[in-house]
Unconditional design. Structure first.
Length: 318
């Protein structure tokens, strides 16, 4: 039995390692940096991050990227507040092709937009603007068309499914004096911009100003919050949000500060569903909206443990 016990202990470590291999990675920038926004790859399970470099083209270093999202091909896109431009970004080294930078035109405001940004399964691009409280469709040549008012300061946006369900996260604080904004999750009608309150984040989320929002490829909704103040460089928090209640679960805290955008995966849930009504948000690494399972690495490890345990039992027989 000692052999079997050792195998079970070793197997537990293997299973943990297999699950860790499946942890999602998100991309964000620490915005508003005077030397230029740095792109980071962030392990959402533990908050560790790897710098990819400053986001820049041959002529411009971008200093206020407010929104990021992946298109259906997995390409990373960003929208910059200062230059009011839209462009793809290399996930490997953060470089931007100058020929792919498009000016954004047709917005109701030229500053203070605090963009949220997301792609749908069909490749449609939506952005929100806090400055005029509106939802826009944005073509890849930068032309914005108004959808409608959202009625809240929504600075983070994420789409899921086919037909599209659109979710927005509002700001946490109105100012440096601690006055609260709604700090809530909303569902947004992609045809009109009308919002339906899902619920407040609750006490697990610390005070923050703006946020980023993104689904992973299993349908888990992630958020990252910018908690910097004029006095403190507070680290960002990584949260999971419940789609039914809006309640946040704190997963990790980053070492870096200033993350207010998030792109985790291309649009997910793209097989047509009728109706697109997800159940309560599962816990981390639980696929959605299917029955909970291990990731592929975890399943392989589980099978390996069972085989080893079986062999140990057979060896002990006379």
């Amino acid at each position: 039995m000692k052999t079997l016990a050792r195998i079970i202990v070793i197997g537990s470590f293997v299973l943990s390692a297999g699950s860790a291999l499946g942890a999602p990675v998100g991309y964000s920038v620490n915005a508003d940096q005077p030397g230029g926004d740095q792109l980071y790859a962030i392990d959402l399970a533990n908050g560790s991050s790897t710098a990819r470099g400053p986001v820049r083209s041959a002529t411009t270093t971008f200093t206020d990227i407010e929104g990021m999202a992946m298109d259906p091909n997995g390409d990373l896109w960003a929208i910059d507040e200062v230059s009011l431009s839209l462009f793809p970004v290399s996930k490997g080294n953060a470089t931007v092709d100058l020929n792919e930078v498009e000016p954004v035109i047709g917005l109701g405001a030229l500053s203070g937009n605090d963009f949220g940004m997301t792609f749908t399964c069909s490749g449609e691009l939506f952005v929100t603007s806090v400055a005029d409280g509106a939802l826009y469709r944005l073509s890849l040549d930068g032309a914005a068309s108004l959808v409608g008012s959202v009625g809240a300061n929504i600075s983070a946006l994420a789409a899921y499914g086919n037909p599209t369900r659109l979710f927005g996260l509002s700001n946490g604080l109105l100012d440096e004096n601690g006055n609260q904004d709604t700090r809530s999750l909303y569902e947004i009608d992609p045809a009109t911009g009308a919002t339906t309150l899902i619920g407040a984040l609750g006490p697990a989320a610390s005070d923050y100003f703006q946020a980023g929002l993104s689904f992973d490829d299993t349908g888990v909704l992630w958020a990252i919050t910018d908690r910097r103040t004029q006095q403190q460089e507070l680290p960002s928090e990584i949260l999971q949000l419940d789609l039914v209640t809006g309640t946040a679960t704190l997963v990790a805290t980053t070492a870096e500060s200033g993350f207010e955008s998030l792109a985790v995966a291309p649009p997910a849930g793209c097989q047509p569903t009728q109706p697109p009504t997800p159940p309560a948000q599962p816990s981390y690494a639980t696929p959605y909206p299917h029955i909970p399972t291990l990731d592929s690495a975890g399943r392989f490890a589980a099978v390996l443990v069972l085989l080893l345990a079986g062999l140990a039992v057979l060896r002990q027989r006379p």
